[in-house]
Design a protein. Structure first.
Length: 256
């Protein structure tokens, strides 16, 4: 009986030792070497990349939006712009330092201030185009923009962000101060067109003058769009939003 009990005890003990050995075999073994690298589960963060892109944009303000602030607008304002961005990218976040220039050409014609009535003797501003003025009006901007990307797949990501900067006005926007003859707010032509341009409106100075504008103004950005990544280093951005005034555009860039 003692011999059988001893065999049974040895069998049970050996089974336990064997099971422990099997369990330990399935686990990573820690080393006691002092020169070994420490255990870690940290994920390596993406590095910083620098790039440059060139952008083309069309800025515009529809006539209906302008007429929220004036009694009558001759037309909307729009033109094309070109710019360049210096870009710092880390993962899905970009910081852009952008430079851009564009002409802004309000529609030529009679512009009537809110609350004025040209039929009752109020004057109109007859804004003239760059062709008639001989000078164009536009701005040059410098701005910082933070943009995040939400990847859809490895090639396409939703792009959104915002920023701020400063703009410097260039050129002049010229107009005639006109006393309209036989015109109404709804039908200002040709009564508000100055005689120098073939109308019947009376301009006391008989010459255009430039609007008195501040030399600089703030720029506020809000951007949304798509980023297409044909390769890890090349990007194409299609976007729209507000850059003080609404815009749509695209850009192409490369990271080094």
């Amino acid at each position: 009986m003692r011999f059988a009990s001893t065999l049974t005890l040895l069998a049970l003990t050996g089974t336990a030792w064997g099971q422990a050995a099997l369990d330990d075999a399935g686990k990573p073994q820690r080393t006691t070497e002092t020169t070994a690298a420490p255990d870690t589960s940290d994920v390596k963060e993406p590095g910083v990349e620098y790039g440059v892109d060139i952008r083309l944009r069309r800025v515009f303000v529809p006539k209906g939006v302008i007429e929220l602030f004036v009694e009558r607008a001759a037309d909307g304002a729009s033109n094309n712009g070109i710019g360049v961005d210096l870009v710092r990218r880390r993962g899905n976040v970009e910081l852009q330092l952008g430079f851009e220039y564009e002409h802004i050409e309000p529609g030529e014609g009679a512009w009537i201030n809110s609350g004025d009535n040209v039929a009752a003797g109020d004057e109109a501003d007859y804004i003239i185009s760059a062709d008639h003025a001989g000078k164009s009006f536009g701005w040059f901007t410098l701005e910082f923009t933070f943009i995040n990307h939400a990847p859809i797949n490895k090639y396409v990501a939703v792009r959104y962000g915002g920023g701020a900067g400063i703009g410097f006005l260039t050129g002049e926007l010229q107009k005639y101060d006109v006393a309209c003859i036989g015109a109404t707010n709804e039908n200002p032509e040709p009564g508000c067109r100055p005689t120098a341009l073939g109308g019947t409106g009376i301009d006391a100075n008989n010459a255009p003058e430039a609007y008195d504008m501040p030399p600089v103004f703030p720029v506020v950005n809000a951007i949304v769009g798509l980023q297409i990544r044909p390769s890890p280093k090349a990007v194409v951005n299609i976007e729209g939003g507000i850059r003080t005034i609404p815009f749509i555009g695209m850009s192409a860039g490369y990271f080094f």
